[in-house]
Design a protein around this ligand. Structure first.
Ligand code: F6P
Length: 323
């Protein structure tokens, strides 16, 4: 193998740049030429490739986002789109591809691998919902952004004896909400894996109020049935149910744009190096992730379409700590 390519796909995650840098520099160290693909799978279809030298990936590790650009590409979901991508890769003599992305992106890499093209995925999403890796690139930074917001909201909540609802991203996975809830000392955590009714949230806040706390903090995962909007609607219709007056903050994409934490830069560097090693060792159709602090590969076929289950013991911890 002489030439490989790397792309970032789906929602950007802090640390993607560090992963690109690691793929490029490990690839060059292994005697390969490395090409970057712009705008994810869309760039494969339009043949938007750029040769990357070591210096081209200098000074990017500390930046959030992805300097290659990312996209969600409908055309790549068709066989024709993927065939065009393979034709373009072959015409550039690119023999293998590294895909840095989350669940949807790795479904794309699996589909490409099934058509016989060598692909290795790198686990990268702020949702941390991918099987095959204990943590994914970006989630640590996203939790820290949520935490900073929570810490600040707690200050103003205490000053005004208010309750705050903070909604965090994560799709159908409650990992970010649960971790930010525990680390931020939330009184209530609402996640898709353990739904609470608005009445239950109100009861828990009321109990907090009755215990004499001067603030109430509810961390809500965006994927919960009773997300921040639903809860606010309920509390507006039932004023006084919680004891506190309520405000809501929806963090949204703010969580994606931060400078990557040390932990995300390290993870991205190790996974990027691991992906090139896997390709050089002749592996393909695998996801590179981290388990028990070891870089491991898992067949893409075993991870696509699945969501990593949450450790529900953490939910029990959150509840005990909220007392
Ligand atoms: O998958 C990452 C993520 O940030 C989710 O947490 C969120 O639901 C989604 O992407 C938002 O997608 P978009 O950037 O397309 O609005």
């Amino acid at each position: 193998m002489k030439r490989i390519a790397v792309l970032t796909s789906g929602g950007d995650a802090p640390g993607m740049n560090a992963a690109i840098r690691a793929v490029v520099r490990t690839g060059i160290d292994a005697g390969l030429e490395v090409y970057g693909v712009h705008n994810g799978y869309a760039g494969l279809i339009t043949s938007d490739f750029a040769y990357l030298a070591r210096r081209d990936v200098g000074n990017i590790m500390q930046q959030g986002g992805t300097f290659l650009g990312s996209a969600r590409c409908l055309e790549f979901m068709t066989v024709e789109g993927r065939q065009q991508a393979i034709t373009n890769l072959n015409s550039q003599h690119i023999e293998a591809l590294v895909v840095i992305g989350g669940n949807g992106s790795q479904t794309g890499s699996h589909a490409l691998a099934q058509m016989g093209y060598p692909v290795v995925g790198i686990a990268s999403t702020i949702d941390n919902d991918l099987e095959g890796s204990d943590v994914t690139i970006g989630v640590d930074t996203a939790i820290n952004v949520a935490l900073e917001a929570i810490d600040r909201l707690k200050v103003t909540a205490s000053s005004h004896r208010r309750a705050f609802l903070v909604e965090v991203m994560g799709r159908k996975c409650g990992y970010v909400a649960l971790m930010a809830g525990i680390a931020g000392g939330a009184e209530v955590v609402v996640i898709p894996e353990r739904e609470l009714t608005p009445e239950e949230v109100a009861q828990q806040l009321r109990a907090t109020y009755d215990r004499g706390k001067n603030h109430g903090l509810v961390v809500v995962a965006e994927g919960a049935v009773n997300n921040a909007q639903k809860l606010i609607e309920h509390f507006e219709a039932n004023p006084g149910a919680t004891g506190f007056s309520l405000r809501a903050t929806i963090l949204g994409h703010v969580q994606r744009g931060a400078q990557p934490s040390a932990s995300d830069r390290m993870l991205a560097t190790r996974l990027g190096e691991g992906a090139v090693r896997a390709l050089v060792d002749g592996q393909a159709a695998v996801l590179v992730g981290i388990r028990n602090n070891h870089i491991v590969t898992t067949p893409l076929a075993d991870i696509v379409g699945r969501q990593k289950p949450l450790d529900m013991h953490l939910f029990e911890i959150a509840q005990i700590m909220a007392q």
